[in-house]
Design a protein around this ligand. Structure first.
Ligand SMILES: Nc1nc2c(c(=O)[nH]1)N[C@H]1C(S)=C(S)[C@@H](COP(=O)(O)O)O[C@H]1N2
Ligand SMILES: [Mo]
Length: 346
């Protein structure tokens, strides 16, 4: 099928080559909506230069009529806005290491299902492969393009979109502009930037980013199976207090964020290093957002180990260790009240 491999295969140039990461500290994540300056970004191969020719998107594979969507045609589709927690799964070379790379933003674009409907998806299609225009080397392997795949059910989900704006701003080159895939509820790696081609397939993509990288090894009953890094596992962070930063004695309002692909049912907080846990107040989810939790505790002067752990609506619990979403843990020093008699004598 010639139509499937034309156009999108022509390599676009790169503005910059190589891995890049911008990541503000967890302490910066104070507001429900994360401002763009505090929003992490990551690119593996470099930043694609999309300026040389007008943007277009090919849709091919198991479709009734292979199609090319122009920018003008994309803009004619109904606008979709969604607030979603956006989390990087961390380095695909060290998948167990927590990096706490997350934010909560509003994406604007058009429904992926509406775009797929233009080409008409054939019943045997089970996966949507997405291709980014970036090319280069990662993990010693040369990639002619970035490629991911999504189960067809998620691709048709009302939340999944082709985004052109973040927090009301057009997508910058680093963010994958002018248009990228956004898969709320799935790890960031699935949200292909500089989107140029969609392909409907019966099988998973054979690419390095879908077979070798971004597959968790799950051991059960003496056997190992690979689980694609798709849905976000429950995760939570404390943002009201920072590790090793002293606080004044009194009631501590311990607050933070919790999120998971299917939403959070409960967050527990420990103020004694994990010996005892109390259920925190939890705000409701907006779209696919993260959820604020809060627990008040009157802590005596001294050192205290603060931890939080989230349980997802599907029952999955944030694990203590050995995972990208392992418990978040800090130590704070509660300082005694200043001595009043001494103050008065001054
Ligand atoms: N084309 C392309 N898309 C990509 C990537 C990439 O390197 N190339 N990185 C992925 C990863 S691992 C993440 S976490 C998100 C990050 O999106 P952001 O930089 O806008 O936060 O983009 C994803 N999409
Ligand atoms: Mo990522």
């Amino acid at each position: 099928m010639k139509a499937e491999t034309s156009g999108g295969d022509a390599p676009v140039g790169m503005l910059r080559s190589g891995f890049e990461l911008h990541q503000p500290p967890v302490a910066a994540l104070q507001s429900f909506m994360t401002p763009l300056t505090d929003m992490f970004y990551v690119v593996h191969l470099g930043v694609a230069d999309m300026s040389a020719k007008p943007w277009s998107l090919e849709i091919g594979g198991l479709v009734e009529r292979p199609a090319t969507l122009t920018w003008a045609a994309l803009r004619e589709l109904p606008a979709l806005r969604i607030v979603a927690a956006h989390e990087c799964a961390g380095s695909p070379l060290f998948p167990d290491k927590p990096v706490r790379r997350v934010g909560n933003v509003e994406w604007e674009g058009v429904s992926l299902a509406a775009v797929l409907a233009i080409a008409g998806v054939l019943p045997q299609a089970r996966y949507v492969w997405s291709r980014g225009a970036d090319s280069g080397t990662f993990n010693g392997v040369h990639h002619p393009y970035y490629q991911k795949d999504l189960p067809i059910e998620k691709a048709f989900g009302a939340e999944t979109l082709i985004a052109t704006r973040i927090n009301g701003e057009p997508l910058s080159p680093e963010r994958g502009g002018p248009a990228r895939l956004i898969v709320p509820g799935f790890y960031g790696t699935n949200s292909t930037k500089w989107l140029t081609r969609l392909e409907l397939r019966e099988e998973r993509s054979p690419g390095h980013f879908t077979t070798t990288l971004y597959n968790d090894r799950i051991e059960s009953g003496g056997r190992t199976h690979l689980k694609p890094v798709w849905a976000i596992a429950p995760h939570s962070l404390i943002v009201s207090h920072q590790d090793a930063v002293p606080v004044a004695v009194g009631v501590q309002k311990i607050e933070g964020w919790a999120w998971a692909g299917g939403g959070i049912a409960q967050v527990e907080v420990s103020v004694d290093g994990g010996l005892h846990w109390r259920i925190a107040q939890l705000e409701r989810r907006v779209d696919f957002s993260w959820q604020r939790f809060c627990l008040e505790a009157n802590l005596p002067p001294g050192e205290h180990g603060l931890l939080c752990r989230a349980t997802a609506n599907d029952g999955a619990v944030q694990p203590a260790s050995g995972a990208r979403n392992e418990w978040f843990s800090i130590r704070i020093e509660v300082q005694a009240a200043p001595n009043r008699t001494e103050d008065a004598s001054k």
